[in-house]
Ligand binder design. Sequence first.
Ligand SMILES: Cc1cc2nc3c(=O)[nH]c(=O)nc-3n(C[C@H](O)[C@H](O)[C@H](O)COP(=O)(O)OP(=O)(O)OC[C@H]3O[C@@H](n4cnc5c(N)ncnc54)[C@H](O)[C@@H]3O)c2cc1C
Length: 322
Amino acid sequence: MKSQGIKIQENIPLAPFTTFKIGGPARFFCEVSSEEEISEALRCAKDNNLKIFVLGGGSNILISDDGFDGLVIRILNTSCIIHDTSIECGAGLSFSKAVGLAKENSLSGLAWAAGIPGSVGGAIRGNAGAYGGEIKDCIESVKVVEIMQNANLKNKNDNAKLKIFTNSECGFNYRSSIFKQNQNLIILSCVLKLEKGDKAGIEAKMKEVIGKRAQKIPTDPSPGSFFQNPTVTNKNLIARFEKDMETSCRDSKLPAGWLIDETGLRGKKIGGAMVSEKHANFVVNIGGAKAQDIMMLASYIKMKVRDELGVQLKEEIQYVGF
Ligand SMILES: Cc1cc2nc3c(=O)[nH]c(=O)nc-3n(C[C@H](O)[C@H](O)[C@H](O)COP(=O)(O)OP(=O)(O)OC[C@H]3O[C@@H](n4cnc5c(N)ncnc54)[C@H](O)[C@@H]3O)c2cc1C
């Protein structure tokens, strides 16, 4: 496949680009850092009638054993400019690097995110959150490349357009945003709005968060929480949770991990896939897992939770190439 400025490789294994360490190859693969490079990748895909998949840090996806039969565009824009109370950064910057830079510059607002893997772009798309924080609360604006699907464009180069979304235009919601709903939006960079803070205080909060995460989060390869915490209407189930966990249920959402635990699936294995012993909402790769093993285990979990508790779980992770 011909391209002027970007290198397009063929048949590239994708498993190493994911935290799950699972999945087959990309038929075509390229790495891009700028609007121009994204546009060129999109042009190549269009000219060759290929589907695209935008890859960030690969920490929230399951790639099929057959891989992805199209062009994988890996976002590598890691630019970063520190302002007085904000950070302007590329979508490819690792989220933990952004959190660390905020601390180094005594900017508060991101300590809750210490330890979350992946890229800034991926975090924005899924409105990443932990311990009461969500990235939506730190976003001033997001710069995107919008894929123009209009085939009648006179100028072949007009296949992509730059756009800036303010926070209120991002449609943030629980683990969602307009960028998740609209596949034509590729996040290029953002401005994180923070506050002047005390470096030692920020560091202490980050340490606390990392300590809490270490107790809960399995170290085996995984894509993080597998299912979203569902909104539940069954009052008896909510009362059972509150009694069992000695805590109150917020916004009628029950932790998916608690629901899975209630069905006794902690430790359940199919092939190399297992419901983590440490946290039941983590499906982990205990060695050599196939995407097929993960899919079978995920279906089994959903069936058990639906049949026994009447709750329909929905994946937080994204399936790629299925
Ligand atoms: C051990 C572990 C712990 C985790 N803990 C948390 C947690 O506490 N809270 C939390 O919210 N998440 C958590 N996660 C999940 C994951 O880290 C986040 O969802 C992360 O923000 C995903 O970013 P990514 O760059 O890895 O996205 P990827 O996995 O690369 O992609 C995920 C989706 O985002 C899209 N995407 C990626 N970059 C862009 C872009 N620039 N433009 C448009 N679309 C894009 C992809 O196409 C894909 O659909 C955890 C994961 C792991 C492995």
